[in-house]
Design a protein around this ligand. Structure first.
Ligand SMILES: NC(=O)c1ccc[n+]([C@@H]2O[C@H](COP(=O)([O-])OP(=O)(O)OC[C@H]3O[C@@H](n4cnc5c(N)ncnc54)[C@H](O)[C@@H]3O)[C@@H](O)[C@H]2O)c1
Length: 354
């Protein structure tokens, strides 16, 4: 049944880059959403989106957009340094917010975002799509049902052999807060942490290394000619997170590393069993044998489209009160782990996470 205009969620977007366009593609197909405006400092980009996705208003200034368009909800799709100011402005303007990952540049900013949501009685959702993946749900359920026993250790990998973004500002520490750890490591970190049951992180130990991105390179790769002159983030980050329940997590993440191939995965090791995320598998003992169990069939189509599920869940959460898998609070917990790893790398010692 087609919704009338007044029943629809009126959504605006801040940022009209790559990920904003993904948001627009999904919103466009939703019967109960109307995109009302988009803002980008590069006005031309916002205008192009308006034309392509039939959005009535383009703005260069997001504050002006919030004042004039008065959206019910806002997608924040800017570089990381603007996640906090844009989110807080949108919440203060009375809109619910879906902010792209990571939550912010650091946990201090993240806390201010959560405070603004509470003060205004609005919803703040973090754009962690991996938790909507069927294989994440499978492993989370195994953990919740006690099939693995206590999870003792998690190994997390988000490794690119050579994948330094050659667009946007992903090499700028001042605008992004860091490199692969905060940009791609965050995806697998949040997924693993969620599957483990979101234990409380208490300490971090990490190291970061820059050795390729800040130099010119002739190596032939998928994304050549990145801006090495403004590259101030790490190429490789490694570290450990210690949790209050005694569990430990190790993470390896890179834009550039001398490894055989890219890795995008996590492994859990529990007292009774273990699990891999991709391909999903359960490893346990049965009838005196070591047994590997694999799902025979996994959902496909829209149910397996994690990004689509995340977008739909945001709208369902705001319009119909459906529970969300990715509340802003989870973004903050993950942000504290990122902060701890970066701080530890800087101080060259383990640091506490409060
Ligand atoms: N969930 C995911 O899988 C995923 C994937 C990619 C990116 N992201 C996140 O999305 C965010 C944006 O990434 P992207 O790949 O779209 O980058 P991008 O560079 O393609 O787009 C960012 C856009 O923000 C605009 N912008 C900058 N300052 C602005 C301002 N003051 N007001 C309005 N617009 C402004 C830029 O002009 C640009 O068009 C990042 O935080 C990134 O971590 C998430």
């Amino acid at each position: 049944m087609t919704k009338s205009a007044q029943d629809k969620l009126r959504v605006a977007l801040v940022g009209a880059g790559g990920i904003a366009r993904a948001h627009m593609r999904y919103y466009q197909d939703m019967d109960d959403v109307e995109m009302v405006a988009v803002a980008d400092v590069v006005l031309e980009r916002a205008r192009d989106c308006c034309e392509e996705y039939e959005i009535p208003q383009a703005y260069a200034d997001y504050a002006e957009m919030l004042r004039q368009a008065e959206p019910d909800a806002v997608s924040v799709c800017t570089p990381n340094n603007l996640h906090a100011p844009c989110t807080i402005a949108a919440l203060d303007a009375g809109a619910h917010v879906l902010v792209e990952k990571p939550l912010a540049m650091n946990a201090r900013e993240g806390q201010k975002m959560l405070d603004a949501a509470e003060k205004n009685g609005k919803k703040l959702i973090i754009g962690f799509q991996n938790r909507y993946e069927p294989k994440t749900q499978l492993i989370k359920k195994l953990v919740d049902d006690g099939e693995l026993g206590a999870v003792l250790y998690a190994r997390v990998q988000a490794l690119r052999r050579r994948g330094i973004p050659n667009w946007g500002v992903f090499g700028r520490k001042d605008l992004q807060g860091g490199g692969p750890l905060i940009d791609i490591g965050v995806h697998m970190l949040e997924t693993t942490h969620y599957a483990m049951g979101a234990p409380k992180p208490v300490a971090a130990s990490g190291s970061t290394y820059t050795y390729i991105g800040d130099k010119p390179s002739n190596v032939i790769s998928h994304w050549p000619n990145w801006d090495y002159q403004t590259y101030t983030v790490e190429d490789l980050a490694v570290g450990h997170i210690r949790f209050a329940n005694g569990a430990m997590l190790s993470i390896e993440t890179s834009f550039a590393a001398h490894i055989e191939k890219n890795e995008w995965n996590f492994t859990l090791m529990g007292e009774k069993g273990g699990a891999n995320w991709d391909p999903p598998g359960l490893f346990h003992d049965a009838n005196d044998y070591m047994v590997n169990t694999r799902p025979n069939w996994m959902p496909n189509g829209p149910a397996a489209d994690a990004f689509g599920q995340k977008m739909r869940n945001f709208v369902d959460h705001v319009l119909y009160g459906v529970e969300t898998l990715s509340p802003g609070e989870h973004g903050l917990m993950v942000q504290k782990m990122l902060d701890g790893l970066y701080e530890s790398a800087e101080q060259r010692r383990e640091v506490r996470i409060d």
